[in-house]
Write a protein that binds this ligand. Structure first.
Ligand code: NAX
Length: 325
C-alpha cells in the first residue's frame, strides 16, 4: 500500500472547496491507487462549516481517504504538504481599489507562502486558484525561497477548458477532436485563448473556423468573460467547473500530458519577462513541466499576449510597491 499524499485545500468551506474535496477524496486528483490525507484550511469563523463538509466526507466512506485535518493555522495546514490548492482569497467588493485588493490578498498569500516554505514536503506542488490567481501565486512564491520556484503555479485550466468547449461547439466536433489549445497570459479579461496553434483534423483551429470576425469578436471575449456570464446566469460564480479545472491541472502535472495550459513562472520564453507567473503552453512528464518551444507567433497573437503580459507586469509592480514581494 502507498503512503497517503497530503493535500491541503484553503478556503475549504467555500463553494469551490465544496465541489473540490469530494473529487480529491474519490481519487480524481491523483488517480485511483493513491490514498490521500486532506488538510482543510479556513478562517476561524468558517471552521464550523468546514467541519460540516468533513462530516459529509466521512459519510462517503471513500476508500482512499485516510484522514482529515481541519485548522485555521497555516503552519498546521501545510506541514508535510505534497499538493497545496490555494483556493481561499479575498474577493473584490464594491468600491475596492486594485491596491486594496492586492493588499488584502497579500495578507493571505504571504503567510501561506511562509508556511509552505517552513513545512512543505520536498516534492510540494502548489496551485493557486484564488484571484488574482497569477499575482497571488507570485506573492506566495516570493515568501517561499527554499521551495523551487517552478512549483508555484496558477490556474488557467478553466479558461483552457472553456476555450475547448466553445471551439468544439462552433465546429460541431467533440472536445477530444481538438489538440494543442493554449491560454496565454493572465487569468483575467486580458487572457489570450490561441486558435492559431490549436489543431482540429490536421488543420489549425483558426483555419478550420475560417472566420476571423468570430475568432476576434465572439470566441475570445466569450472565453474571457465566461466567468461573468456564469455569475449572471447562476447568481453565483463558477464553482464545479473551477474545481474540475483544478483537478485537471494537478492530475496532468502529476501524470503527464503532451499539451495543456498552466500559469507558471516565466523563464523569458516568448518575450514574457522572467519571473512573472503567466500562462503558457506546457508539456508535463514525471511530475515536472516544460514550456512548449518554437511556436511561431504572428502579429495578432503577439499583440494579445503582450497586452495580457503588460497587465501582469503592472500587478507585479503594484505588489512590489506595496512591499508584498
Ligand atoms: P467562496 O467565497 O465561496 O470561498 C472562499 C473561502 O475562502 C471562504 O470559505 C473563506 O472563508 C475562505 N478564506 C478566506 N480567507 C482565507 C484564508 N486566509 N485562509 C483560508 N481560507 C480563507 O469563493 P469560491 O467561489 O470558492 O472561490 C474561491 C476563489 O476562486 C475566489 O478568489 C475566486 O475569484 C477564484 N476563482 C478562480 C478561478 C480561476 O479560474 N482561477 C475561477 C473560479 C473562481 O472565480
Amino acid at each position: 500500500t502507498r503512503t497517503p499524499v497530503n493535500v491541503t485545500v484553503t478556503g475549504a468551506a467555500g463553494q469551490i472547496g465544496y465541489a473540490l474535496l469530494f473529487r480529491i477524496a474519490s481519487g480524481h486528483l491523483l488517480g485511483p491507487d493513491t490514498p490521500v490525507n486532506l488538510r482543510l484550511l479556513e478562517i476561524t469563523p468558517a471552521l464550523k462549516a468546514a467541519e460540516g463538509t468533513a462530516m459529509e466526507l466521512d459519510d462517503c466512506a471513500f476508500p482512499l481517504l485516510k484522514g482529515i485535518t481541519i485548522t485555521d493555522d497555516a503552519k498546521t495546514a501545510f506541514d508535510g504538504v505534497n499538493v497545496a490548492l490555494l483556493v481561499g482569497a479575498r474577493p473584490r467588493t464594491k468600491g475596492m481599489e486594485r491596491g486594496d485588493l492586492l493588499e488584502a490578498n497579500g495578507g493571505i498569500f504571504k503567510p501561506q507562502g511562509e508556511a509552505i516554505n517552513a513545512g512543505a514536503a520536498d516534492d510540494v506542488k502548489v496551485l493557486v486558484v484564488g484571484n488574482p490567481a497569477n499575482t497571488n501565486a507570485l506573492i506566495a512564491q516570493q515568501h517561499a525561497p527554499d521551495v523551487p520556484r517552478e512549483r508555484f503555479t496558477a490556474m488557467t485550466r478553466l479558461d483552457h477548458n472553456r476555450a475547448l468547449s466553445q471551439l468544439a461547439k462552433k465546429l460541431g466536433v467533440a472536445v477530444t477532436d481538438i489538440q494543442n489549445m493554449t491560454i496565454w497570459g493572465n487569468h483575467s479579461a486580458t487572457q489570450y485563448p490561441d486558435l492559431f496553434h490549436a489543431e482540429v483534423g490536421g488543420k489549425t483551429a483558426a483555419e478550420a473556423v475560417n472566420d476571423q470576425a468570430w475568432l476576434e469578436n465572439d470566441f475570445i471575449p466569450t472565453v474571457a468573460k465566461r466567468g461573468a456570464a456564469i455569475i449572471e446566469a447562476r447568481g453565483a460564480s463558477s464553482a464545479a467547473s473551477a474545481a474540475n479545472a483544478a483537478i485537471d491541472h494537478v492530475y496532468d502535472w502529476v501524470n503527464g500530458t503532451e499539451w495543456t495550459s498552466m500559469a507558471i513562472p516565466s523563464d523569458g520564453s516568448y518575450g514574457v519577462p522572467e519571473g512573472i507567473i503567466s500562462s503558457f503552453p506546457v508539456r508535463t512528464s514525471g511530475g515536472s513541466y516544460e514550456i512548449i518551444q518554437g511556436l511561431e507567433i504572428d502579429e495578432f497573437s503577439r499583440a494579445r499576449i503582450d497586452a495580457s503580459v503588460a497587465e501582469l507586469v503592472e500587478e507585479r509592480d503594484a505588489v512590489k510597491a506595496l512591499g508584498l514581494i
